[in-house]
Design a binder for this molecule. Sequence first.
Ligand code: PHE
Length: 461
Amino acid sequence: MSMSTDKKQFFNSKIGLVAATLGSAVGLGTIWRFPAEAQAGGGGAFLLIYILCVLVLGIPVMLGEFAIGRAGRSDAVGSFRRLSPGRPWWMFGGLAVVASYLIMAFYMVVAGWTLEYLWQSISGGLFEGLGQSANDVGVMDNQFAQRMSQYVEQPWAPLIATWAVIAINIIILLGGVQKGIERMSNIAMPLLFVLLLGFVCVSLSLPGAGQGVDFFLNPDFTKVTPGVFIDALGQALFSLSLAMGILITYASYYPPTTNLVKTSVVVVAMTIVIAVMMGLLIFPAVTSFGLTDHGLSGTTLVFVTLPEVFMNLPVPQLWAILFFGLLFLAAMTSTVSIAEVSIAFVRDRFKVRRPTAVLTVLLPLVVLSAVCSLSFSTLSEIKIGGRIIFDFLDSATNNYMLPAVAMGTCLYLGWGAPHNLLKDQLTNDGTLSSWAVRPVRFALRYIAPAAILAIFVWNML
Ligand code: PHE
């Protein structure tokens, strides 16, 4: 077999590696958390702050992870070890592997919900049996809300969807870096973009769309509190898939000729564009049908409010299929990326073949993700720190583990790593222009750690 343990895999093409990296970034966090956070955090004001956070924190940390992965040519732990043998920096890589595994456990559940809604749209079940007064806006909203809570609060259906998502991940990941991850991303990302573009056009052509755009993006600086800054920082980390070991792992598959600076700019710009497009899909549609006084959190928008919007359009089923298809694609390109972190770790550390690593990583999720899924139903009584298991994992990883890994990455590249590591990687050993090296090093040394410290302090308060 070609998958011998010592043969390093690479992405096959520039487009493929950008598609895969972008696919990781554009996940459910980017797609449904961003619009809701932006709307609540001052619209255009939040967008500006988010872009600022991306510039001072997002891009530098992304480039840092790229540098570690491509120079280390190993998984998140092995790369640190190779670059700084005998030093304890690898522990941050270890924390990234643990955090990413926990995130994966509950993310598979949410990805399962999107699959279930896709299936319900295809089978028509989503719109079946709605009450007579289905055209009364509030009533129907209630019905979709009930449907959603009934769905997640029953044990079996979400469990089966979660297992299906795990199975699909196994199939893709067995294909390897080029034939699995890259090939899927090459299909999924353009498709996602075209679908999204189509939706945005439809949404913007609805009566009263301008009001929705206003509602989403009109800058309202009075809403900008310190908490909004912290949200934007957290969103900059999460939406770019930072601090999870993902970019270290993917960059270890980048060929030596990849221009890291350009790649990060393209990935970041596209992520922002897609996040904003998602807002332009949601808010004009929502305001056009007068639904703004309903829950505007990410999951409610997606699973409750949007189905109601589709109900008000001709051929609701078609819109639902296309939309949940889009969400599902976004979820899949992210789940494979986060799974690959542990797969690469197991492969490199224990020198096993890829199929063994894939199964070692994904099969335990059959139980672990099931526990997360059941924490909404059968296991809802089990609380850790006052939260159900799902919410506990979500908050522990996002509020503490990811900032810790991000901080470690900054400190490593700013102070601990071999001095020429960043420069050699950003310039491809001196063959590319070096303008980015100094600002990136400065950000990694001072600005990004200060921002991450602020997240920590805020979360402790
Ligand atoms: N950027 C991704 C998102 O927005 C983060 C992520 C990647 C989460 C992979 C889980 C798995 O969803």
